[in-house]
Design a protein around this ligand. Structure first.
Ligand SMILES: Cc1cc2nc3c(=O)[nH]c(=O)nc-3n(C[C@H](O)[C@H](O)[C@H](O)COP(=O)(O)O)c2cc1C
Length: 212
């Protein structure tokens, strides 16, 4: 008798590392608030180690490496650091807005910097925007992910009319953007749970491809 997949995916010896990457970088962005909501789901599921990465902190300039990323001959410290960051991930979930019917430039730029580091990593997407829930951004990042040989998930967590689900922004001193509370629907909660469970299956099933 074969072991049921469910028991394989709920009892890994060490939990794989999931990086939740916040793609938007503009002042006043809602990306960190959306990411905090998804992070809470991921922590509650307790199936991954979690690391949240904010592209504002990564602070990559527009791609300034002279060599093809696949060669991994990096000349800048920011690229070496970004390479080391993504290397340690087992799976990634990008939390991305839709800008002009596609992904925002900072997200595409961060993806373009590397190649080998993305290979065979499951790619999950949480997209948000207006009525379309960032669907076109999700489709766009999946296309880029396929070019980077990522394991592109079919499931997408889409959040339509995101601004209507967030609490009012409160004023703070300094430049930090305060986190706003996202009040989700039951359908959104189910969608996040599905994304996480499918992501875990793909992460465990493809570990050998990543040399783990
Ligand atoms: C440059 C720009 C382009 C946008 N284009 C779209 C779009 O094509 N579709 C959409 O649903 N929302 C669009 N929006 C609205 C964003 O979805 C909304 O502002 C969201 O809060 C952006 O995410 P952020 O706050 O994390 O940057 C756009 C916003 C900006 C700033």
């Amino acid at each position: 008798m074969t072991t049921p997949v469910t028991s394989l995916v709920t009892t890994p010896i060490t939990k794989p590392l999931l990086q939740i990457i916040i793609g938007s970088t503009r002042p006043g962005r809602v990306g960190p608030s959306v990411a905090a909501w998804f992070e809470a789901h991921a922590r509650a599921a307790d199936t991954f180690e979690i690391e949240v990465i904010d592209l504002v902190d990564v602070a990559l300039p527009l791609l300034d490496e002279p060599n093809q990323p696949g060669e991994q001959k990096y000349t800048h410290e920011h690229t070496k650091k970004w390479s080391a960051t993504i290397t340690r991930a087992d799976a990634v979930v990008f939390v991305i807005p839709e800008y002009n019917s596609s992904i925002n430039a900072a997200t595409k730029n961060a993806l373009d910097y590397l190649y080998v580091e993305w290979n065979y990593k499951p790619l999950g997407v949480v997209s948000y925007g207006g009525i379309s829930g960032g669907l076109r951004a999700a489709q766009a990042i999946k296309q880029v992910g396929a070019a980077l040989k990522m394991i592109v998930m079919q499931d997408t967590m889409m959040i339509p009319r995101v601004s209507s689900m967030l609490s009012e922004a409160t004023a703070t001193s300094g430049t930090a953007v305060p986190l706003r509370t996202l009040t989700s629907t039951p359908a959104m909660d189910r969608s996040a749970a599905t994304l996480l469970s499918e992501l875990l299956k793909l992460t465990l099933a493809t570990a050998g491809l990543r040399g783990k």
